[in-house]
Design a protein around this ligand. Structure first.
Ligand SMILES: Nc1ncnc2c1ncn2[C@@H]1O[C@H](COP(=O)(O)OP(=O)(O)OP(=O)(O)O)[C@@H](O)[C@H]1O
Ligand SMILES: [Mg+2]
Length: 408
């Protein structure tokens, strides 16, 4: 009942590791600066499947909600769906939190009615009703009203999180949506400062976008410059062992507290060797970290998690899932990128220069694979370029070059 490991999507796992830079960026930069009316771009957080993008945003949204911020639930965009409907519905909920529907201003009532129409009819609305204002404009207008209400409430940030953004494949729809959100973030209003004079400030609104690295291509293609001015992009990488060791330290040092059957508390501890076992098995992948921990937790009933339990749990019930996880990442790669990884694996570590890799792939010159290597490095963080190339993603490297996820 109280296993603290959780290989489920989209929940904040009780055993949390790393991501300190991103958490601090929210709590020390984005939130305070937006509260103070200062410019701060929205954030885009990308990464390969299972790297913890949704969990990270759940954690940030949880922190925001604890501060009393107005937070949308994670707005997931299913593929081929109409993102405008999803976002409009969420903005209406924010308007509720802001108490806007209870104000009896006609202008606000009309605005809310327009956005309600968008939440029902979506993007098609702009095609059908060509005379009225563009639906995206109404969305921005309502967001501005919500932002103003947040200023009046005080110490409140409006946080909008759109997940799986790579599924917004319609060019026009994506750029309009980003402009609508960006316009709300860059909308200036005049407020009266304590000295009685008027000053300009921005609204306390912040937008986070999360999704697969493919989004970087879509968003950089044509509207690259506008996008970069409105959103700062980071790409998540797998964990280093120090992050995971720190996450497991409470088990090793003092024990993890769980309720017992008698209404009291007991402590579950972990041998250092068990911790090292989890680190070796999961190769820094957040999902595999949770999986290895969960299987170890269930493979024994004592209050000490042993190395043997870690290995048995993995071998009996995690290894297939672990293989499936890595295969899913590999399957999504375009052919050339996959070939480059295979070529790297074939070469001994000390021969992994760009030139040798290009030759192994059948190319004459290394410049022909430059862009492929760049994407694997910058967009996906699977490899690291340099004089010699190496793997950043240890699970992919182990899967392609050894028996892992099988273990003795
Ligand atoms: N900081 C973290 N510490 C420990 N475990 C984590 C962390 N972040 C995510 N995880 C675990 O990794 C797994 C995947 O997380 P999540 O679903 O957030 O990934 P994702 O990047 O959104 O994946 P997808 O691309 O498939 O949507 C979950 O089991 C989650 O518990
Ligand atoms: Mg996700």
């Amino acid at each position: 009942m109280n296993c603290p490991f959780s290989p489920h999507a989209d929940v904040v796992p009780p055993v949390w590791a790393g991501r300190e830079d991103q958490l601090r960026d929210w709590s020390d930069v984005v939130r305070p600066r937006r509260l103070a009316g200062l410019p701060e771009r929205g954030r885009t957080i990308l990464g390969e499947p299972g790297l913890g993008k949704s969990s990270l945003l759940s954690k940030i949204a949880g922190d925001a909600a604890d501060h009393g911020d107005w937070v949308t639930k994670q707005l997931r965009i299913p593929s081929k769906s109409d993102p405008l409907k999803v976002v409009a519905a969420a903005v209406l909920k924010l308007a509720d939190m802001a108490g806007l529907p209870t104000k009896r201003e006609k202008r606000l009532g009309d605005l809310i009615a327009r956005v309600s129409q968008i939440s029902i009819k979506g993007y098609g609305l702009s095609l059908r009703e060509a005379d009225g204002p563009e639906p995206f404009t109404s969305l921005t207008e309502l967001l501005v009203e919500i932002g103003i209400a947040a200023i009046h409430k005080g110490d409140v940030v409006v946080l909008i999180h759109i997940d799986e953004v790579q599924n917004i494949t319609d060019e026009h729809m994506l750029s309009q949506l980003l402009i609508a959100l960006g316009d709300a973030m860059s909308h200036e209003i005049q407020v009266k400062a304590p000295g009685g004079y008027l000053v300009d400030r921005l609204l306390p609104i912040s937008v986070y976008l999360t999704g697969l690295p493919d989004f970087a291509d879509m968003s950089s293609a044509r509207r690259g410059a506008t996008f970069a001015r409105r959103f700062a992009t980071t790409t998540l990488e797998t964990f280093g062992d120090d992050d995971l060791e720190a996450a497991l330290q409470p088990f090793v040092l003092s024990g993890w507290e769980v309720p017992d059957e008698l209404g009291g508390r007991r402590l579950v501890t972990m041998e250092p060797g068990a911790r090292d076992g989890i680190l070796e098995l999961c190769k820094g992948e957040p999902f595999l970290f949770q999986l290895a921990g969960e299987k170890a937790w269930y493979s024994g009933s004592t209050d000490v998690i042993t190395r043997e339990q870690v290995i048995t749990g993995w071998q009996q019930s995690a290894r297939d899932e672990a293989a499936g996880h890595v295969e899913r990442i590999l399957e999504r790669l375009p052919g050339r990128e996959r070939e480059l990884l295979d070529a790297m694996i074939e070469l001994p570590d000390e021969d992994r220069s760009l030139k040798n890799i290009a030759h192994a792939m059948g190319f004459e010159s290394s410049s022909q694979i430059g862009p492929i290597a760049q994407r694997l490095d910058t967009n996906r963080k699977i490899i690291a370029r340099g004089r010699l190339y190496s793997f950043r993603n240890r699970a992919i490297e182990a899967y392609l070059s050894s028996d892992w996820p099988d273990v003795e």
